[in-house]
Write a protein that binds this ligand. Structure first.
Ligand SMILES: Nc1ncnc2c1ncn2[C@@H]1O[C@H](COP(=O)(O)OP(=O)(O)OP(=O)(O)O)[C@@H](O)[C@H]1O
Length: 218
């Protein structure tokens, strides 16, 4: 069971090394429950590495990562059920249609009406007209829209969004902002990594700025 009094996320002296390069260096931070976090920093500062750690896709080289009071390494399966990552890799089945992609996931998640749920989400992200097209022919922005639909279907407690506005057109950016606001209104903790700092500041109450894998003042 997630602990309600624990911070949503806690990093205890967390470091991550790839070969000889330290991507994160002795990071300590706690995000209070009920708050959302804007993650900023230049290219290569460690944002994606941190998000992937919170998503349990990577383990820290040193230190401890906690999600809702649970250790992201030793309690990985339990943490994984509560988090969802929107990332550059979108985990889509290329030969299936957008609708089939969501229906497959909805069945796996035990959704009561997978096909209707998939249709509703495709409308929510503005893909209803392309729902029966294979993903193989989708543009980058369409893939991003489908990826956020996938995340919404999972209904996570913590949504980890890696550059969610990238590849989107202006209406897609507005839709994404509305979706993030809705997630927050529904009690979801949002962690948003973006170079669009202004947009991010309007959506998040807290900010963590990384420079060479260290937390610094923005
Ligand atoms: N798989 C990997 N193997 C080796 N080095 C890596 C790997 N992934 C990331 N790095 C390095 O770790 C550092 C942090 O990268 P990361 O992708 O976390 O940064 P980022 O802040 O998300 O960057 P961007 O804004 O460009 O997305 C960089 O120096 C990068 O080169």
């Amino acid at each position: 069971m997630p602990s309600t009094s624990a911070p949503a996320l806690a990093l205890h002296d967390v470091s991550k090394r790839y070969g000889r390069r330290w991507a994160l260096a002795r990071l300590t931070y706690a995000l209070p429950s009920g708050r959302s976090l804007l993650l900023t920093g230049h290219n290569g500062s460690g944002k994606t590495t941190l998000l992937r750690m919170l998503a349990t896709a990577l383990s820290p080289t040193a230190g401890r990562v906690e999600v809702l009071g649970r250790d992201a390494v030793t309690d990985r399966d339990s943490v994984r059920r509560d988090v969802a990552l929107l990332s550059h890799a979108s985990f889509l089945y290329e030969d299936l249609t957008a609708h089939q992609n969501l229906t497959v996931l909805a069945r796996l998640l035990g959704h009561p009406s997978p096909k209707d749920g998939a249709s509703a989400l495709l409308s929510r992200v503005g893909l209803e007209k392309r729902s029966d097209n294979p993903v193989r022919g989708f543009s980058a922005g369409m893939r991003k829209r489908l990826a956020i639909a996938r995340l919404l279907l999972k209904a996570p407690s913590i949504a980890l969004l890696d550059e969610p506005f990238g590849e989107l057109d202006p209406s897609g950016i507005r839709d994404m902002e509305a979706i993030i606001a809705e997630l927050k209104a529904g009690g979801v903790t949002v962690v948003l990594a973006t170079h669009l700092v202004e947009q991010g500041m309007t959506l998040c109450e807290e900010r963590l700025h990384l420079q060479d894998g260290r937390a610094v003042a923005a």
